[in-house]
Design a protein around this ligand. Structure first.
Ligand code: ADE
Length: 243
């Protein structure tokens, strides 16, 4: 998969060279390219923004500069998806990450200030480019760069070969079960007066699986009742319903 990130702060994306995503990049599992938006400016000051038409505070990113950048990166064949992080986008979830992990090419356009002139998304949609505006959550960041880091990491770890043991993608929070993950423990079994739950030391796989499922349900009900409300009717088995 190829991901191009366009930003006025390419250094912000440096952490993508670390850890699993960095390794995936070096191994050729992920073709990651970070571009400086100012490369596509033509004036002496390398201007990327201007005042909002209609008035108001802050600055808006200019459509002409973004147009120059995106024309080349998106091409004409509709095979590349454009992702624009913005607090006014649709919520970015594990489902979004799963969908994007199946896309061959993605361009992430990082806005700053009050965002990118609205005609940019409108123009590429009209040209047949799939455009998704995504929000990480209900809060405002200073720009799309941190969101781009989140999106690239969430997508890259789903690509084949990136996470060493693919089993670790199966039971995690926001996975197929629609529940938060159960609590996890390692050695030592006693630590500062806190014991690992007895059942986990029992070696009884069915009892361990039941205990984990109960804790996942309990935790989800307590911390994210919205997720429980969204579970499909057949998501709960007879033992779950007794809870
Ligand atoms: N840019 C600024 N705030 C954002 C948010 N909450 N999600 C995605 N991109 C953003």
């Amino acid at each position: 998969m190829r991901i191009d990130v366009v930003t006025i702060f390419p250094e912000y994306l440096a952490p993508l060279e670390l850890s699993l995503v960095g390794k995936a990049h070096r191994a050729g599992l992920l073709d990651l390219r970070v571009h400086d938006l100012r490369t596509w400016t033509t004036d002496r000051h390398r201007t990327v923004d201007d005042t909002p038409i209609g008035g108001g505070a802050g600055m808006v990113m200019r459509p002409d500069v973004w147009g120059e950048a995106l024309d080349g990166l998106l091409g004409d064949d509709g095979a590349v998806e454009l992702l624009v992080p913005t607090p006014s986008g649709e919520r970015f979830t594990q489902r979004t990450a799963e969908r994007l992990a199946a896309v061959p090419r993605l361009v992430v356009a990082c806005g700053r200030y009050e965002g990118i002139d609205a005609r940019v998304a409108e123009h590429y949609r009209a040209r047949g480019v799939p455009v998704t505006e995504v929000s990480l959550g209900d809060y405002v960041l200073n720009g799309g760069e941190v969101a781009a880091l989140v999106v690239v990491e969430a997508v890259a770890r789903l690509l084949p070969g990136v996470v060493g043991n693919p089993d670790s993608l199966v039971e995690e929070s926001h996975g197929a079960a629609g529940l938060l993950e159960y609590p996890v423990y390692t050695r030592p079994p006693q630590w500062r007066g806190h014991d690992v739950p007895e059942v986990l030391l029992s070696g009884h796989h069915a009892r361990i699986a039941r205990w984990r499922r109960d804790r996942a349900l309990e935790r989800t009900a307590e911390r994210r009742p919205d997720l429980v409300a969204r579970l499909p009717a057949d998501a709960l088995d007879a033992d779950d319903r007794r809870l």
